[in-house]
Each structure stands twice: as C-alpha cells, then as structure tokens.
Design a protein around this ligand. Sequence first.
Ligand code: UGA
Length: 445
Amino acid sequence: MALRITVIGTGYLGATHAAAMAELGFEVLGLDVVPEKIEMLSAGRVPMYEPGLEELLHKHVEGLPGSTGRLRFTMDYEEVGAFGDVHFVCTNTPQKHGEYACDMSYVNSAFASLAPHLKSDALVVGKSTVPVGSAARLKQLLADQAPEGVELAWNPEFLREGFAVQDTLHPDRLVAGVESERAEKILREVYATPIAEGAPFVVTDFPTAELVKTAANSFLATKLSFINAMAEVCEAADGDVVKLAEAIGYDERIGAKYLRAGIGFGGGCLPKDIRAFMARAGELGADQALTFLREVDSINMRRRGHMVELAREALGDAGFLGKRVAVLGATFKPDSDDVRDSPALNVAGQIHLQGGQVTVYDPKGMANARRVFPTLGYADSALDAVRGADIVLHLTEWREFRDLDPAELGGVVAQRLILDGRNALDSATWREAGWTFRAMGRPKA
Ligand code: UGA
C-alpha cells in the first residue's frame, strides 16, 4: 500500500511540501496549530503569497470542485499519528528575541505532541533548519515518548520563497540524514520520480544533514556580502560593481548567480541562519571557525545604512527634514509578500525616523508592511507613491518596477532623482527621461 504522508507546520515550507506530496500522488494530511491557517488551506487559500501554490492546493484539497481530494488539513495530532507512515516536521525556527540562537520551541513541541500518537513503524522526518545536534536530541525524545520502532531521518529543504513550488518539485539535490537502511529506503520511495529525477540523492548521518543546510545558507550569505563589499570598494574607487560581477561570474568556479549587489539580504532565513550557526559553533567550542560570518552579517547590515546615507547625500544639506521620499518595494525580495527582516522596509523605517515623509508601495507586501510598520505612509500604486516626491528609492526589484515608464513618473515627482538599491533598473532609460540616476556600487555619471 502507498505510504501516507503527514506534514507538521504549514508555513512556506510545510504548505508547499504538503501540496507537492499530493501532486506526487500521496494521500497527505497537513497539521497546524493555528486555526485560521487550517481554515484557509482547507478552502484552498494560501496564507502567504507564493506563485503557483494556490493552484496546486486547488488541484488537491479535499472537497474543492474537481480536486483529487488527496490533501486535507487538521489540528489534531492524534489523527495525524493514526494516519501517517511518514511525518515531515516543517515547523519554523525563528531567531530568539535579543539573541543569536534560534528558537527551537516549535520543533520541540511538534515532536513532543506527535510522539505518543505515532504508529510503531512510523518514520519522522525533520525538515526544519536546526542547530547541529538537534536530531540526536530529538531521536532521544522519540525513544522516550514514542512507541518502540519509530525512526527518525533528517531531510533539509533548500526551497526559495517565490520559487517554492518549483524548487520542491525539481530540487537541485536531496539530502537524507539516516541511521538505518529502512529509513533510507522509505525516503527514496517518497522522493521517487518525478521529484528526484536527475537530482543527486546524498545519504549521510544526522549532523552532516543538519550542517548541509546551514553551510549552504552561510555560503550564499557570504557570496552576497562579498559582492556587496566589492560594491563598497567600487564606490570608493569609482568602479562599477555590476560589470565586475558580470566579469567574475563568467568564471564557472565563481558562477554568475547570487552576485547582485545592493542593499543586501534579508528574509526569514539567511540572516537568522548565519547568526544561529555562529551561536551553535560557540556552544561546540568551534566559534573561531565562523568568526567570518560576523563580518558577513555586518557588511550586510551596513548596506542598509549606506542606502540611507546615499539618499541623504543626494537630497543635499537639509537632509530628510520636510522631504518626501517614495519607496518602491517593501518585501525582502520580489515575488513574495514576506517583510521579515526586509532591507527595503528597514531603509524606509530609518528615513522615517530621521524625519523624511516616506510613502511606500509594494505589489504584494502592503498588508504585511502596514502591520509591521503602521506609521509609514502607504500608496496604492507606484505612481501614487512617487507623486510629489523629492527622491525615489527602488528597494525591491519587482518586475512591475522595471516596467515603469520613467517619463510618466517624471511628470508627477517634485524632483527627478532616483536611487536604485537593487541594481535592477535600466539606468540609460531613466537618464534619457531626464532623471538623475544613482545606483549602489556604480559610478555617479
Ligand atoms: C534562502 C536560500 O536561497 C534557500 O536555498 C533556502 O532554502 C532558504 O533561504 C531557507 O533557508 O529556507 P530565500 O530566503 O527565499 O531563500 O531567499 P533568497 O532568494 O536566497 O534571497 C535572500 C536575500 O538575498 C533577499 O533579500 C534577496 O534580495 C537577496 N539577494 C539575492 C541579493 O541581494 N542579491 C542576489 O544576487 C540574490
């Protein structure tokens, strides 16, 4: 009989994983402790903006017209335990308030709530990003609280927001931390074609599987801070970081991806993952190995302040006081409504606190931005946001902003002055339309 799958925690990771598993043909039961989420998902609605996910839910959620009925949601751990052969734990691990370490309480309580209800041949699979050593501890928890025979595997996830469905259905690689042939066999069965078609399947132990995830995110963060450090030097030397990135990117050992300099990285993953990694290395007595990540973090955070400085400089002596500042973008990246640790919103907030009259527009992030930063001004379109502006800041590189007509915007601003914080706009078109155009890490002219 086909394996029955459950997914615990239905955030970006869990909701996407549950829908993808249903797409692969499995019967899937998703669990969350937040009633509103269960209500929305059961109606085929996604609690966040993620391209393609709603369509996948509609295709599979039980009770929706024309659906396969393979996917449903519950809040009941007992039901989940009785239903599932394989349980994917996808709860989040946010940064602890005021600390570098991450908060494991959601993962811990998911394991503790699930354990007593499991069938004796169940496989529990951890997917959350956790400090190395967590799997060993959770294995002990299962040994103490679950029926004999229950096994654990660790299977980190590498999906990007905005590409969650695509990344889940067509992963670069699959990583399986296992301690038995049986656990490996079950995971291989779950990820049988088409999901794993052509994707390398790396089998390893628990600590390595946990570390692969933090190492991958740390490497990505380092690459971004490297190119942003080059942007700083380019500005000092009147060089062009966009050309520099293009030229070094042709070297396959370096690679062209993930080299866009600007106001730096944000979101719910990279910033907190490098901090949690440093905290964990400290506990293990290996903190020296990761001191460079402190530098990666500080280069990244410096970018936000630098953007604020560039804007102030461009406005002249009076600074932000009495000036209208239009901010295009609030989310931490395009194709997402996520404003967690968003560089764009942070820059907008700093300018607001320094006396600027800030008006923000974002294609999908308005509701979240308003909730996080209610005192900023908000507009319903890019055109409305820039009306009367003394300066326009482009801070999240949505397609919609690349398609804007500089001449039309030029007709409503107080001053044709734009700073591109993402190196994504075409400077020539803006300059041709009479704008003073500046970008981070690029020559002024
Ligand atoms: C990141 C990783 O890319 C995923 O592989 C990982 O699975 C995920 O974290 C996670 O741990 O769950 P995500 O946070 O969705 O994914 O976003 P990214 O696309 O990696 O972007 C992160 C930040 O870097 C954004 O603020 C983005 O604007 C910025 N970025 C990205 C740049 O500034 N320049 C670039 O060239 C690329």
